[in-house]
Structure formats: structure tokens, C-alpha cells
Design a protein around this ligand. Structure first.
Ligand code: NAP
Length: 351
């Protein structure tokens, strides 16, 4: 007989489920195959979620391509994907915060990933009850970008009302959340994007928009208390121009900071990371700027704390495009073009 915490869906559906699997490093087209996995009941504090939507993030195609191999190796075959939303179908005995039937959203485990599947198994510590005013696609679009923004602006920059911030790429997946959250924190918010996205950036809460195809933001010398660097490359160093002396640069795309380098798996990787970051550390020292570069941590309770902000409508998800589950390769290729306005999402209908 089924346990009382067992799924409220037909047992037949649970024998197997469809999941995207990467069997090698490569482009999405080279690496990904749609396959079937056997269902197993959740154990410990695991929650089994019937995925109704999953969101893409640049880290998905970067992991597939092996670009982050020094930090995070894929164990093949791997089901990729971090962000999912759906309905709990079963809970392990230790997953006491959830019950079958709960609508949830999650930024999944960095070790096991698994969002691009009809069912994902996640530790309850990463899962949160979903905002009631959102459909699954909207809910799935939020976890990774929301946690990244909170961990950048609150935990690293310690942003205070009245301070000023430049958010790079304010209409991208991450930026479109960060602009709104920065306004919620009471910051004066400026952003960069192309001229064609100017109106959208204002609608997301930017008070000033620097269109990079019209103006070089680097000429705005010593203007901001903090910069949220979502671009990396030349823009990490370039951002020092516009930060006030003693300010903060939080990057999610630039070279590793010392804390991140210290976590490197071995001496060689650590040495390589430190070498990559040398110029940035010199610029930070020169201007007495605190420089942070971090990897996002999954955190269910923190996502749950965000729910009132979403339900009140103060922060709204922005979705650029929804693809069907079977179109993951096309969705990755679309996101990889780097022109998304908001998030790219997969709709997952049970076959
Ligand atoms: N903790 C972490 O390590 C972490 C977490 C989250 C994200 N990230 C990284 O953050 C980066 C951004 O992620 P995302 O999800 O926002 O990516 P995305 O959605 O693909 O970003 C696309 C956006 O970038 C904008 N853009 C491109 N070039 C630009 C430029 N020179 N100046 C201003 N805007 C520009 C585009 O706007 P236009 O079309 O107007 O150019 C587009 O809206 C990625 O590299 C991702 O891997 C890291």
C-alpha cells in the first residue's frame, strides 16, 4: 500500500520519466539527448517534484561545454538544469516541510542538477513553496537569479537604502530581477543595455539607462557606491572606473576573488585563478574597492522569504520566451545568443 506521503499521481506515470541527459561535453546539440530514467522514491530529506516548468541559465550551456570544468565537473550521464517549478509528488521521511500536492519552486543542487526532466529529486533545504500568483513558467524563472541577486547585494555589498548602484545588463535574465530587487532595497539604480531595450529597463525600475551602443559607461567616473557586474571580460576592470573610492564591485562573471580561489580543487587551479585575477585585485587595491566574485548557493528558506514580494506584485518575473520540453537544444542555442530580455523557460508537459 502507498505510504501517506506517496504521490497523488497515477503509479503508472512513475515507473519511468523523461529526462534530458548529457553524455559528453560539447554544444547543447552535441551533448544532450532526451532519454528515460527509472523513478525511485525519495529518501531522507529529498522531495520528488513533478516538473511543470524549468528555466535556463547561462551556466547550463557553460557546464555542458566544459567551460567550468575546473570548478564543477559533470558526472556523465548528467541531467542538467538548476531552476524548476512544479508539484511535490512524494517526500522522503525527513522532508517534513513539504507534502504531496504542494506547489514549489527550487534552485536545485549544484551536485546533482536535474531540472530538465519530468521529475526532479531535490533536498528540501533547496525547495520553497511557490508564489500563488505565478504560473509554473513564471515561478521557474526566478530561483537562480533571485538567490544570486540577494547573495550579491545583501550578503556581499551590504547595500543600504540611498546608495547608488550600476547593474550591468539590466534586461537580461539576471539583470531583470536585479534591477527590481535593487529598487526594492531603496537603491538609486542605473543600468546598461542596448538602446533597443531602454524602455524595458526603465519599466523594470532603472532610474537611468546607459545604452552601450550610444555611450561608454566607463566615462561616468567615480559615480556609484557599487557595481553588479554580470558581464565579466573587459567590463570587470572597466567597472572600477565608475565605482567611488571605497565602494564595492560584486561580479558573477569576472575573475575569482580570493575566497573563491581558495576553494579551488588543487594548487594548479588555484594558481591559475589567482593569475587570472591579478589585474582585478590590483585595481581593487588601488581604489580601495572591495571585490567579490562568487558562486550562487541554493537556499529554499531564502526563496520562500521572497514570496511576499512576488505576491504583492512588487517584483514581477520577466519571461522572454517559452520553449517546449522537447526543444531544450533550441532553447539553449537561443539563450546563448546573449540577447534575451528576461528569462528563457521550458514548459514540461507529461508525455
Ligand atoms: N553566481 C554566479 O556565478 C552566476 C549566477 C547567475 C548568472 N551568472 C552569470 O551572469 C551572466 C549573465 O546572466 P544572465 O542570465 O543575465 O544572461 P543573459 O540573460 O543571457 O543576458 C542577456 C542580456 O545581456 C545583455 N548584454 C549583452 N551584452 C551587453 C553589454 N555589453 N552591456 C550591457 N548588456 C549587455 C543583453 O542586452 P542587449 O540585448 O540589450 O545587449 C541581454 O539582455 C552570465 O555570464 C551568467 O553565467 C553567474
Amino acid at each position: 500500500m502507498a505510504d501517506s506521503r506517496e504521490p497523488a499521481v497515477q503509479a503508472a506515470k512513475l515507473d519511468t520519466y523523461r529526462a534530458w541527459q548529457a553524455t559528453r561535453y560539447g554544444s547543447a546539440a552535441e551533448a544532450l539527448q532526451l532519454g528515460e530514467l527509472a523513478y525511485r522514491a525519495p529518501v531522507g530529506a529529498e522531495v520528488a517534484i513533478r516538473v511543470e516548468a524549468a528555466a535556463l541559465n547561462p551556466i547550463d550551456y557553460k557546464l555542458l561545454a566544459g567551460q567550468l570544468r575546473r570548478l564543477q565537473k559533470l558526472r556523465f550521464p548528467a541531467t542538467p538544469g538548476f531552476d524548476a517549478a512544479g508539484t511535490v509528488i512524494a517526500c522522503g521521511p525527513g522532508a517534513t516541510r513539504f507534502s504531496p500536492g504542494d506547489r514549489v519552486f527550487v534552485r536545485g543542487s549544484r551536485d546533482t542538477l536535474g531540472a530538465f526532466a519530468e521529475i526532479t529529486m531535490q533536498p528540501q533545504a533547496f525547495v520553497a513553496h511557490a508564489p500563488r500568483n505565478l504560473d509554473a513558467s513564471q515561478a521557474a524563472s526566478l530561483p537562480l537569479v533571485a538567490l544570486t541577486t540577494m547573495q550579491a547585494l545583501e550578503d556581499r555589498a551590504h547595500a543600504q537604502p540611498g546608495q547608488s548602484i550600476l547593474v550591468h545588463a539590466g534586461v537580461g535574465g539576471l539583470g531583470s530581477f536585479a534591477l527590481q530587487y535593487a529598487r526594492h532595497l531603496g537603491l538609486t539604480v542605473h543600468t546598461t543595455c542596448s538602446e533597443r531595450n531602454r524602455a524595458l529597463a526603465f519599466s523594470l525600475g532603472a532610474q537611468e539607462v546607459i545604452a552601450y551602443d550610444r555611450e561608454d559607461y566607463r566615462h561616468r567616473l567615480d559615480r556609484y557606491d557599487m557595481v553588479f557586474d554580470t558581464l565579466g571580460g573587459e567590463h570587470t576592470l572597466g567597472s572600477f572606473n565608475v565605482i567611488k573610492r571605497g565602494g564595492v564591485l560584486v561580479s558573477v562573471a569576472g575573475p575569482p576573488d580570493r575566497e573563491m580561489a581558495a576553494k579551488a580543487p588543487n594548487f594548479l587551479v588555484r594558481w591559475g585563478m589567482q593569475a587570472m585575477a591579478r589585474e582585478v585585485h590590483a585595481a581593487a587595491k588601488n581604489k580601495q574597492v572591495r571585490y567579490f566574485r562568487f558562486l550562487t548557493e541554493s537556499d529554499g528558506p531564502r526563496l520562500e522569504a521572497l514570496v511576499p514580494l512576488i505576491e504583492s506584485g512588487e517584483i514581477r518575473p520577466l519571461i522572454d520566451r517559452v520553449f517546449e520540453f522537447e526543444q531544450l537544444v533550441a532553447a539553449c542555442e537561443y539563450l546563448q545568443q546573449g540577447r534575451a530580455r528576461g528569462k528563457v523557460v521550458l514548459r514540461v508537459a507529461l508525455a
